[in-house]
Design a binder for this molecule. Structure first.
Ligand SMILES: NC(=O)c1ccc[n+]([C@@H]2O[C@H](COP(=O)([O-])OP(=O)(O)OC[C@H]3O[C@@H](n4cnc5c(N)ncnc54)[C@H](OP(=O)(O)O)[C@@H]3O)[C@@H](O)[C@H]2O)c1
Length: 179
Protein backbone atom coordinates (compact mmCIF):
# COMPACT_ATOMS: atom_id res chain seq x y z
CA UNK A 1 0.00 0.00 0.00
CA UNK A 2 1.06 3.57 -0.52
CA UNK A 3 -0.49 7.02 -0.17
CA UNK A 4 -0.42 7.99 -3.82
CA UNK A 5 -3.55 9.32 -5.52
CA UNK A 6 -5.52 6.89 -7.71
CA UNK A 7 -6.62 7.28 -11.30
CA UNK A 8 -9.67 5.09 -11.88
CA UNK A 9 -10.32 4.35 -15.55
CA UNK A 10 -13.78 2.89 -16.05
CA UNK A 11 -14.27 0.93 -19.27
CA UNK A 12 -17.98 0.66 -20.04
CA UNK A 13 -18.64 4.10 -18.59
CA UNK A 14 -21.92 4.64 -20.43
CA UNK A 15 -23.29 1.31 -19.18
CA UNK A 16 -25.66 0.17 -16.48
CA UNK A 17 -23.08 -1.07 -13.96
CA UNK A 18 -21.31 2.29 -13.96
CA UNK A 19 -24.52 4.26 -13.51
CA UNK A 20 -26.29 1.93 -11.12
CA UNK A 21 -23.52 0.82 -8.80
CA UNK A 22 -20.04 2.09 -9.47
CA UNK A 23 -20.50 5.85 -9.44
CA UNK A 24 -23.01 5.84 -6.56
CA UNK A 25 -20.58 3.68 -4.55
CA UNK A 26 -17.61 5.94 -5.27
CA UNK A 27 -19.64 9.06 -4.53
CA UNK A 28 -20.81 7.59 -1.23
CA UNK A 29 -17.24 6.73 -0.24
CA UNK A 30 -16.12 10.22 -1.23
CA UNK A 31 -18.74 11.79 1.01
CA UNK A 32 -17.66 9.61 3.90
CA UNK A 33 -14.09 10.74 3.31
CA UNK A 34 -13.03 7.16 2.70
CA UNK A 35 -11.29 7.74 -0.61
CA UNK A 36 -7.78 8.91 -1.22
CA UNK A 37 -7.24 11.64 -3.80
CA UNK A 38 -8.84 10.26 -6.96
CA UNK A 39 -9.72 11.12 -10.48
CA UNK A 40 -12.10 9.09 -12.63
CA UNK A 41 -11.81 8.75 -16.38
CA UNK A 42 -14.80 7.10 -18.03
CA UNK A 43 -14.58 5.59 -21.48
CA UNK A 44 -16.92 3.85 -23.93
CA UNK A 45 -17.90 4.41 -27.57
CA UNK A 46 -20.68 6.91 -26.82
CA UNK A 47 -19.58 10.47 -27.32
CA UNK A 48 -19.87 12.85 -24.36
CA UNK A 49 -18.00 15.93 -23.25
CA UNK A 50 -16.69 15.84 -19.68
CA UNK A 51 -19.68 17.95 -18.60
CA UNK A 52 -22.23 15.79 -20.44
CA UNK A 53 -20.79 12.73 -18.75
CA UNK A 54 -20.93 14.39 -15.33
CA UNK A 55 -24.56 15.40 -15.96
CA UNK A 56 -25.39 11.85 -16.96
CA UNK A 57 -23.83 10.51 -13.78
CA UNK A 58 -25.75 13.02 -11.72
CA UNK A 59 -28.97 11.70 -13.24
CA UNK A 60 -27.95 8.21 -12.16
CA UNK A 61 -27.25 9.42 -8.61
CA UNK A 62 -30.75 10.90 -8.50
CA UNK A 63 -32.16 7.66 -9.82
CA UNK A 64 -30.19 5.00 -7.97
CA UNK A 65 -28.93 6.70 -4.83
CA UNK A 66 -31.13 9.75 -4.25
CA UNK A 67 -30.53 9.91 -0.50
CA UNK A 68 -26.80 10.34 -1.03
CA UNK A 69 -27.11 13.49 -3.11
CA UNK A 70 -25.69 16.67 -1.66
CA UNK A 71 -25.09 19.45 -4.10
CA UNK A 72 -21.86 20.74 -2.62
CA UNK A 73 -20.24 17.30 -2.44
CA UNK A 74 -21.41 16.43 -5.94
CA UNK A 75 -19.94 19.63 -7.33
CA UNK A 76 -16.61 18.80 -5.69
CA UNK A 77 -16.62 15.12 -6.67
CA UNK A 78 -17.70 15.68 -10.26
CA UNK A 79 -14.74 17.98 -10.91
CA UNK A 80 -12.55 14.89 -10.66
CA UNK A 81 -14.56 13.07 -13.36
CA UNK A 82 -13.56 13.07 -17.04
CA UNK A 83 -14.67 11.22 -20.15
CA UNK A 84 -12.91 10.07 -23.31
CA UNK A 85 -14.79 8.22 -26.00
CA UNK A 86 -13.10 5.14 -27.40
CA UNK A 87 -13.55 1.66 -28.76
CA UNK A 88 -12.17 -1.24 -26.73
CA UNK A 89 -10.93 -2.87 -29.92
CA UNK A 90 -8.94 0.12 -31.22
CA UNK A 91 -5.37 0.42 -30.03
CA UNK A 92 -5.18 4.15 -30.79
CA UNK A 93 -8.05 4.84 -28.42
CA UNK A 94 -5.93 3.56 -25.53
CA UNK A 95 -3.37 6.18 -26.49
CA UNK A 96 -6.01 8.85 -25.88
CA UNK A 97 -6.47 7.48 -22.38
CA UNK A 98 -2.71 7.37 -21.85
CA UNK A 99 -2.43 11.02 -22.91
CA UNK A 100 -5.24 12.02 -20.58
CA UNK A 101 -3.61 10.23 -17.65
CA UNK A 102 -0.29 11.88 -18.40
CA UNK A 103 -1.99 15.29 -18.44
CA UNK A 104 -3.83 14.69 -15.17
CA UNK A 105 -1.21 12.89 -13.11
CA UNK A 106 1.14 15.50 -11.76
CA UNK A 107 2.71 13.20 -9.19
CA UNK A 108 3.18 9.42 -8.79
CA UNK A 109 -0.29 7.90 -9.10
CA UNK A 110 -1.77 4.42 -8.74
CA UNK A 111 -3.91 3.23 -11.61
CA UNK A 112 -7.01 1.13 -11.41
CA UNK A 113 -8.67 -0.12 -14.59
CA UNK A 114 -12.25 -1.13 -13.93
CA UNK A 115 -13.68 -3.40 -16.62
CA UNK A 116 -17.43 -2.72 -16.46
CA UNK A 117 -17.77 -4.42 -19.82
CA UNK A 118 -18.90 -7.71 -21.27
CA UNK A 119 -16.51 -10.64 -20.56
CA UNK A 120 -15.97 -11.12 -24.28
CA UNK A 121 -13.83 -7.96 -24.19
CA UNK A 122 -11.69 -8.75 -21.13
CA UNK A 123 -8.92 -10.46 -23.01
CA UNK A 124 -8.56 -7.89 -25.77
CA UNK A 125 -8.80 -4.97 -23.38
CA UNK A 126 -6.02 -6.29 -21.18
CA UNK A 127 -3.85 -6.92 -24.24
CA UNK A 128 -4.39 -3.35 -25.42
CA UNK A 129 -3.63 -2.01 -21.96
CA UNK A 130 -0.38 -3.96 -22.06
CA UNK A 131 0.60 -2.94 -25.57
CA UNK A 132 -0.08 0.72 -24.94
CA UNK A 133 2.09 0.71 -21.82
CA UNK A 134 -0.87 1.48 -19.58
CA UNK A 135 -0.44 -1.72 -17.59
CA UNK A 136 3.19 -1.09 -16.76
CA UNK A 137 3.97 -1.75 -13.11
CA UNK A 138 6.82 0.29 -11.67
CA UNK A 139 9.14 -1.43 -9.25
CA UNK A 140 10.17 -0.16 -5.83
CA UNK A 141 8.80 -0.26 -2.31
CA UNK A 142 6.65 2.83 -2.63
CA UNK A 143 6.02 2.59 -6.36
CA UNK A 144 2.51 3.28 -7.68
CA UNK A 145 0.55 0.12 -8.36
CA UNK A 146 -1.53 -0.84 -11.39
CA UNK A 147 -4.58 -3.07 -10.94
CA UNK A 148 -7.38 -4.36 -13.13
CA UNK A 149 -10.77 -5.04 -11.60
CA UNK A 150 -13.19 -7.34 -13.35
CA UNK A 151 -16.68 -7.22 -11.96
CA UNK A 152 -18.65 -10.28 -12.76
CA UNK A 153 -20.19 -13.42 -11.52
CA UNK A 154 -17.68 -16.22 -11.46
CA UNK A 155 -20.05 -18.27 -13.58
CA UNK A 156 -19.47 -15.84 -16.39
CA UNK A 157 -15.74 -15.79 -15.90
CA UNK A 158 -15.56 -19.50 -16.54
CA UNK A 159 -17.09 -18.90 -19.95
CA UNK A 160 -14.06 -16.86 -20.98
CA UNK A 161 -11.76 -19.31 -22.76
CA UNK A 162 -8.94 -20.38 -20.47
CA UNK A 163 -6.43 -19.63 -23.22
CA UNK A 164 -7.62 -16.02 -23.20
CA UNK A 165 -7.15 -15.70 -19.48
CA UNK A 166 -3.64 -17.14 -19.74
CA UNK A 167 -2.72 -14.72 -22.49
CA UNK A 168 -4.21 -11.82 -20.60
CA UNK A 169 -1.87 -12.40 -17.72
CA UNK A 170 1.09 -11.77 -20.00
CA UNK A 171 0.76 -8.10 -19.09
CA UNK A 172 -0.61 -8.39 -15.60
CA UNK A 173 -0.68 -7.03 -12.80
CA UNK A 174 -3.45 -8.21 -10.57
CA UNK A 175 -6.95 -9.16 -11.59
CA UNK A 176 -9.60 -9.00 -8.90
CA UNK A 177 -12.85 -10.80 -9.49
CA UNK A 178 -15.75 -9.27 -7.61
CA UNK A 179 -18.84 -11.34 -6.99
N1 LIG B 1 -25.39 -3.90 -14.42
C1 LIG B 1 -25.13 -4.51 -13.25
O1 LIG B 1 -25.75 -4.21 -12.22
C2 LIG B 1 -24.03 -5.55 -13.17
C3 LIG B 1 -23.83 -6.22 -11.94
C4 LIG B 1 -22.78 -7.15 -11.82
C5 LIG B 1 -21.97 -7.39 -12.93
N2 LIG B 1 -22.20 -6.75 -14.11
C6 LIG B 1 -21.28 -7.04 -15.22
O2 LIG B 1 -20.67 -5.81 -15.61
C7 LIG B 1 -20.43 -5.81 -17.01
C8 LIG B 1 -21.14 -4.60 -17.64
O3 LIG B 1 -22.55 -4.77 -17.47
P1 LIG B 1 -23.59 -3.62 -17.78
O4 LIG B 1 -24.89 -4.06 -17.23
O5 LIG B 1 -23.05 -2.29 -17.36
O6 LIG B 1 -23.66 -3.68 -19.39
P2 LIG B 1 -24.11 -2.53 -20.40
O7 LIG B 1 -25.11 -1.62 -19.77
O8 LIG B 1 -24.48 -3.23 -21.66
O9 LIG B 1 -22.77 -1.69 -20.62
C9 LIG B 1 -21.74 -2.14 -21.48
C10 LIG B 1 -20.75 -1.03 -21.64
O10 LIG B 1 -19.74 -1.46 -22.54
C11 LIG B 1 -19.54 -0.45 -23.51
N3 LIG B 1 -19.08 -1.08 -24.75
C12 LIG B 1 -19.66 -2.09 -25.45
N4 LIG B 1 -18.92 -2.38 -26.55
C13 LIG B 1 -17.86 -1.53 -26.52
C14 LIG B 1 -16.75 -1.31 -27.38
N5 LIG B 1 -16.54 -2.05 -28.50
N6 LIG B 1 -15.85 -0.35 -27.08
C15 LIG B 1 -16.03 0.42 -25.97
N7 LIG B 1 -17.05 0.25 -25.10
C16 LIG B 1 -17.96 -0.70 -25.38
C17 LIG B 1 -20.90 0.19 -23.69
O11 LIG B 1 -20.81 1.52 -24.13
P3 LIG B 1 -20.96 2.05 -25.63
O12 LIG B 1 -22.10 1.31 -26.26
O13 LIG B 1 -21.19 3.52 -25.44
O14 LIG B 1 -19.65 1.77 -26.26
C18 LIG B 1 -21.35 0.23 -22.24
O15 LIG B 1 -20.78 1.36 -21.60
C19 LIG B 1 -20.95 -7.13 -17.55
O16 LIG B 1 -19.87 -8.03 -17.61
C20 LIG B 1 -21.96 -7.55 -16.49
O17 LIG B 1 -22.14 -8.95 -16.46
C21 LIG B 1 -23.20 -5.85 -14.25
Amino acid sequence: MNNHPISIVIFGASGDLTQRKLIPALFNLYQKDRLPEIRIIGTSRSVFSDQEFRDRLLESIHKFSPDSYHEKSWNEFSQFVYYRSGNLTEQQDYQKIAETLTELEIKPTNRLYYLAISPEFYHETVLHLGKSGLARQKSGVNAPWTHVIVENLMAKIWRVPKSSMRLSTKYLLKIRFIE
